[in-house]
Design a protein around this ligand. Structure first.
Ligand code: TXA
Ligand code: MG
Length: 327
């Protein structure tokens, strides 16, 4: 463990970004904002740096990472794009979409980052700071969400600091992120498959593909098997407080995560109440999700009860995260 490092928290001006790029080149670990969540970056070609990254996160080593590039051309040095993958990249990059593709012949991404798979996950993020960092660094940057393994994904620099202070080299503070849930992951296999719902609604992807996305096979039963998309492990998004979904009431000692107009029996006695979106806006709810889970988790409640969230658009990703939080 590299607990005991001094973690520099800086703004995200051009001098800070240049310093962060140098840090990555030296094998350092830099947390930076993307439009979805904050990522913890390392040089994708530097296995030692990636090993430190797994350590810093306390992440199971079989969980492969997303390689971030500045543009499609750089992504094509890493992965093989067929015509459907190209169509998706052209429609949605830069943006909250990750494609899992066969590795290119001389793929520079270290095997450790792909957990030994012959596929690689790639994405071109849209956030100004992420783009400037990738451009200044010049190569691909692998970046899982910048939280300790098993904690919720960070949407502000303060969340990153709470989990990783003393374990990483630098945090670029670019303010709160816009999307608030991770990228949607599509496996470009014989038939395109939705591996993780996320910030880009599946309907938009299906419109470009002209066909439905397949659902992944059932989740692996144990954390020791080699899953298709190991980030779908149930333990990935877990507040410490036990979570109860589909609230119809608030019981003594519970805190409430609400959505839309809230008038449940027991509401007045709730330990704390936060509303993902009073007006029932799913994008607003997604942007608030991880921050509110964290905040309610810190209230010392005996349980965290969650109101139902509709299952369309970004609601899919929100429900997916909530379901994992409840395991
Ligand atoms: O929005 C995001 O995607 C954020 C930002 C920082 O880009 N990153 C992120 O990374 O969420 P992470 O490591 O927390 O999640 C990456 C997911 C994991 O579920 C992992 O299993 C999956 O991508 N993945 C990576 N490579 C894969 C591969 N070759 N095949 C299947 N799944 C893969
Ligand atoms: Mg994560």
């Amino acid at each position: 463990m590299q607990v005991g490092l001094t973690t520099r928290l800086t703004d995200a001006g051009s001098a800070d970004v240049a310093e962060a790029a140098r840090c990555l080149r030296d094998g350092g670990l830099v947390a930076f904002p993307t439009e979805t969540v904050y990522g913890l970056g390392a040089d994708a070609a530097n296995a030692a740096a990636i090993a430190r990254l797994y350590q810093a996160k306390g992440r199971p080593a079989f969980n492969p990472l997303i390689a971030h590039t500045g543009d499609l051309k750089a992504a094509q040095k890493i992965a093989l794009f067929d015509s459907r993958a190209l169509a998706l990249a052209e429609a949605f990059w830069p943006g909250p979409l990750t494609l899992v593709l066969p590795k290119a012949a001389d793929c520079p991404v270290a095997d450790l980052a792909t957990a030994g798979l012959d596929t690689v996950a790639v994405r071109v993020p849209a956030h100004r700071v992420a783009r400037e960092l990738l451009q200044a660094f010049g190569g691909a940057v692998v970046a899982p969400s910048a939280n300790l393994s098993g904690h919720v994904s960070p949407t502000t620099a303060a969340h990153v600091r709470a989990d990783l202070d003393g374990r990483i080299d630098m945090i670029l503070d670019g303010g709160p992120v816009a999307v608030g849930v991770e990228s949607t992951i599509v496996g470009c296999f014989d038939q395109p498959m939705l591996l993780r719902p996320g910030g880009l609604p599946r309907e938009a992807i299906e419109r470009v593909l002209g066909c439905a996305l397949l659902q992944p096979p059932e989740e692996p039963a144990s954390a020791t098997s080699q899953p298709l998309a190991p980030g779908m492990l149930a333990s990935h998004y877990a507040p410490r407080t036990p979570v109860r979904l589909m609230a119809e009431d608030v019981r003594p000692g519970e805190a409430l995560l609400a959505f839309g107009p809230a008038s449940l029996p027991g509401l007045a006695n709730a330990v704390a109440v936060m509303n993902l979106s009073e007006r029932g806006d799913l994008a607003e709810a997604a942007a608030n999700l991880f921050g509110y889970l964290r905040a309610l988790d810190a209230k010392g409640a005996t349980g965290l009860v969650v109101m139902p969230v509709p299952h369309h658009g970004l609601g899919d990703a929100i429900n997916d995260r909530l379901r994992r939080a409840a395991v």
